[in-house]
Design a protein around this ligand. Sequence first.
Ligand SMILES: [Fe+2]
Length: 375
Amino acid sequence: MDDYVASARILIVDDERVNTLLLSRILSAAGCVHVEAFDEPEEALARFAEARSSDEPFDLVCTDLHMPRLGGVELIEQIREATRDDDEFLPLLVITADLSAEAEQDCLARGASDFVTKPFKATQIRLRVTNLLKTRFYQRRLSQHNAGLEAAVRERTAELEAAWQDVLERLATAAEYRDVITAQHTQRVGRLSALLAEELGCDRATTELIGRAAPLHDVGKIAIPDRILLKPGPLSELEYRHMQQHVDAGSRLLSRGRSRLLAFAETIARTHHERWDGSGYPHGLQGDAIPLAGQIVAVADVFDTLVSERPYKPAWSLSRALDEMRRLSGTAFAPRLVDALFAVLDAHPELIAEVERGSVHGPPTGERPPLETDD
Ligand SMILES: [Fe+2]
């Protein structure tokens, strides 16, 4: 005897008790152990619902067609409606004396799986029931197998993504390795960029991508020599031009990637020194010709640089940095980006506390304007 026949739960509905008894006997002889029979369709429906909610659902329903109060077609419809969201195939077998083609078509159209006419032979019932149960059994096995595969794929994808993220983080760290002062800078820029993207109404996926790609904005600094990168005083014209090349170097390093994350990182690396008024570099893009991700990281990068210590400047106080950001609204940055920064800081006092804890409010001597520092 097949396991799926012995373990199957079968519901029989027929208003004539003699039929339910006969069917129960046939199914029992076929090896079915869990058979429940009802001559009242409403009671059968109530039992069906109860079995589902107790996590022991029926595997097959055998129903008569013409019954007083609630007909077989209505019963089928109600069962199909109740199980509409189920993944599993639930076979519904109609057993009726109605031989008309309309009745058969009607039943099949409403969701019946198969149709047997009375009087029936025991073999007929046994074969139909066994086939329907086999279909349900294999469909369930397939679903379980698919669920297992999906879980395995999800796990592998998560592992790959984590490894991928690790590599990118290390790449960002490599770029700032020589500059211990900025050790936390890239991660803070990533966090603030994500908050800005969220504030500006980016969807969740874009917000996350910007947050993860932003730490790579200065990865091109890997190509800038220490004597320029770490120079404490002002840069010469030539050195400044050399420093600007970190944008091209970064965007070349990140170009032709096959993931959305790398595409965002490349855009950010290439455009985070453009300015709203067109006076930035490398392309002098203006206004919204600058990709939003680049605009966001520019704001986060400059703000974080202002409130942080650098070889050429002490950390600025929060109020001074905010004054500067406000002053740059409409020139370096789109006003709505600066507004978003203020809104984010209002909503996240922990960021302000962090700035105030880390700030070195020394005299602002020997500074370069932050927008020309390439941090
Ligand atoms: Fe930069």
